[in-house]
Write a protein that binds this ligand. Sequence first.
Ligand code: ADP
Ligand code: MN
Ligand code: MN
Ligand code: MN
Ligand code: MN
Length: 338
Amino acid sequence: MSFKAEYIWIDGTEPTAKLRSKTKILGDEDKGAELPIWGFDGSSTNQAKGHASDRVLKPVFTCPDPIRGGDHVLVLCEVLNIDMTPHESNTRAVLAEVAERFADQAPIFGIEQEYTFFDGARPLGFPAGGFPAPQGGYYCGVGADEIFGRDVVEAHLENCLKAGLTISGINAEVMPGQWEFQVGPLSPLEVADQLWVARWLLYRTAEDFNISATLDPKPVKGDWNGAGAHTNFSTQAMREGYDAIITACEALGEGSKPMDHVKNYGAGIDDRLTGLHETAPWNEYSYGVSDRGASVRIPWQVEKDGKGYIEDRRPNANVDPYVVTRLITDTCCSALEK
Ligand code: ADP
Ligand code: MN
Ligand code: MN
Ligand code: MN
Ligand code: MN
């Protein structure tokens, strides 16, 4: 029996890459085997010029397809040039090297993906031509006056779990129509691969409800929370002692590190990291226990236990998880290695 493999990849759209996918019909001989490489028209995805348009899709992560069910699969791919070198848009290949270099420190990540549903041009729950009641009651709310899109959120969660993704939870966010799911804790490559697949499932699930989802970091200007991707991080040493927690927090603040990180934490970061709405200003690095106004938060439980993990609160919802996990692994593991 043949089965359908949905080949998913990350395109070259600037400044924020988009997900693309197309279906390949595979046969019995491909079941349980390494799936074949495939190709696509890179000139339609900002990944090639028309006169030399072929790009290669190399499968890197496969899971059950919860939308189609049966033996059908989702296949996340890396983009390669036709000489099999990584394409310049391929940030996974760069992460793979860094993850390998620091694997002995056992870095793991949990990423909190915030996003916003839109019904046409309006955030879901926003009345036509106006605004809903100000923020305050929506975060983790219940009831039809506070919650918009729960049926989609539940369907997405169910799909992620059926796909075998490591989701640690979901919650309604501060702005109406805004939600969060968390992926992890997992190794750098695993968390980033799974987050990309969970994003694809979010768009695909919402599509069937005629609703769109966006990772826009500031979907509504003014006194409305933006959408982030808080990135929780630990190494073996951080899970065992507090000195390593402080070393990691200090390393993230050293020299040019704050700017090196922030400029790669998602397009439009200065619109979101204003110092208001539970954010630190984008151009000032700080860390603190329990402080949701700091760049990096040490959870109170971590201070109490004297070990655990830290939360980098700066990444935008539209951050590339291959990039944020690479930067944090590189900066913190280099400092911890000394
Ligand atoms: P918040 O209070 O910031 O909303 P969440 O519960 O949404 O926190 O997210 C916490 C995240 O931290 C989860 O994704 C979880 O998997 C992750 N996490 C827990 N322990 C660790 C750890 N030791 N290292 C890295 N991430 C961790
Ligand atoms: Mn064609
Ligand atoms: Mn959270
Ligand atoms: Mn949140
Ligand atoms: Mn958080």
